[in-house]
Design a protein around this ligand. Structure first.
Ligand code: PLP
Length: 446
């Protein structure tokens, strides 16, 4: 999501003014940018200083704000073991709600074994882009597994999920085109749309009527158009009305792209994602995008769809063509993870039961879970960044690791904790986390 203007870190005006005054008082730093000057011989006497960059200033302001409010930094915690439903940080055991290991496959013996075998055979790196450095059999096996899972003709894997959206949207669309996306679309979708140079319009979150209004206004002026939605929204945990978006795509002669980063493996009766959940045929969607970093215990992104789409991306998408191939152990690990999902549909079923149980329990404790439908993403909205950061730290002290989502990642009034639920969490862990969150919120709101 793009940064918004507004209150800083949820601070009232007095604290904010104090923080900015402290920034200005830093020796050698001026609040206003100085004009660049050359001497008579056309030389400059100074070197640019990255500390003058507005992003660095913003970072310092946030750090100062956290210091003044005595809020420990909840980010970049060092975990001493794999990202399971439990974790160890500084020697202490935590129930973990901060990782995407939805199907509990990161340490599965078959996944780890596949990675080890691939290392023994192919080493740790593909060492060049696949067109140049050549394929390894693990690449084709991974792409075949992805295509099988999505029910498409073909698939192509990229080394970054974020880079996949940037590369695909950035390359397939151009200044004569229109990209229409959900207002809460992931940053990678927005950056890809910006890069394309296409007209970019957001519609109100999960609202096909708003999407229709946008298409009515802008479709006529564009050569090609695409609607982009997510299979499960990563901040809110809700799913789109896929059939409605398919109908809009057909009516307005637009392509449809679905980002399944958080819905593949987790949504649908057997974890095949939002098409299965919504009862929509996979071929109704032109571009299925997903990531290997969440349900599939790896790293990277992919596109699944027609052979035409995949051939074109392998030929032209910069993030594939000009970037290294997937490391063989990662490709092998994610292939094994997909095979486990196919063989064990009880994993997504358990995950969905856990998500529902957590949402029910949170609601019973009067927590605001927003629009969450009870899959793997459950926000608890507290409406203040400071409160969210404090609540996260309060829970951390009691053995629950859950991250706050603060302004500007979401609007200040939407600041929240975000729980990632996995199939491995136990009912007792889920109930205790909900009860503690409610208790912490009551105490901290006083
Ligand atoms: C909806 C969505 N798309 C794309 C990505 C990028 O994926 P990755 O983290 O694998 O690069 C994310 C990351 O969380 C996401 O939430």
């Amino acid at each position: 999501m793009s940064p918004r203007r507004g209150s800083l870190f949820g601070l009232d005006a007095g604290v904010k003014a104090g923080v900015i005054a402290a920034m200005r008082a830093r020796p050698g730093r001026s609040a206003e940018p100085a004009p660049h000057r050359l001497d008579d011989e056309g030389r400059t006497s100074s070197r640019p200083d990255l500390r003058d960059h507005p992003l660095y200033r913003e970072l310092l302001v946030q750090k100062l704000a956290a210091d003044r409010l005595d809020i420990a930094n909840p980010f970049f915690r060092v975990h001493e073991r794999a990202a399971g439903h439990r974790t160890t940080i500084a020697g202490r055991d935590y129930v973990n709600f901060a990782s995407y290991n939805y199907l509990d496959l990161v340490e599965h013996p078959a996944v780890v074994g596949a990675a080890r075998t691939a290392i023994d055979t192919f080493g740790t790196s593909a060492s060049a882009s696949r067109p140049v450095g050549g394929e390894r059999p693990v690449h084709a096996a991974l792409e075949a597994a992805i295509a099988r899972l999505h029910g498409t003709e073909a698939a192509v894997a990229f080394v970054s999920g974020h880079g996949t959206n940037v590369s695909v949207l950035g390359k397939l669309f151009g200044p004569r085109d229109l990209i229409v996306h959900d207002a809460l679309a992931h940053n990678s979708i927005q950056v890809g749309a910006q890069l394309s140079g296409a007209a970019r319009r957001a519609f109100a979150h999960n609202d096909p009527a708003s999407c229709e209004a946008v298409l009515r206004s802008y479709r006529g002026r564009a050569e090609r158009a695409i609607i982009v939605v997510e299979g499960l929204y990563s901040m809110d945990g809700d799913t789109p009305d896929l059939a409605a978006f398919v109908a809009l795509a057909r009516r307005f002669d637009a392509f449809l792209m679905v980002d399944e980063a958080h819905s593949v493996g987790t949504v649908g009766a057997t974890g095949r994602g939002v098409a299965e959940h919504a009862g929509v045929a996979p071929a109704e969607v032109d571009i299925w995008m997903g990531t290997l970093s969440k349900s599939f215990a790896g790293c990277g992104g992919y596109v699944a769809g027609s052979s035409v789409l995949v051939d074109m991306l392998k030929f032209a998408a910069p993030g594939f063509l000009y970037s290294v191939g997937m490391p063989p152990p990662v490709a092998a690990a994610s292939t094994a993870a997909i095979e486990i999902l196919e063989a064990e549909p009880e994993r997504p079923r358990r995950l969905q039961a856990n998500g529902r149980a957590f949402v029910d329990s949170a609601k019973a404790h009067d927590l605001d879970v927003g629009r969450s439908e009870g899959f793997n993403v459950v926000p608890v909205i507290v409406k203040s960044s400071v409160l969210a950061a404090r609540l996260s730290n309060w829970l951390f002290e009691r053995g629950v690791n859950v991250q706050p989502i603060l302004y500007p990642a979401v609007e200040e009034k939407a600041a929240r904790l975000r729980f990632f639920v996995t199939c491995a969490h136990t009912p007792a862990e889920l109930e205790r986390a909900a009860a503690l969150t409610a208790e912490g919120l009551r105490l901290l709101r006083r």
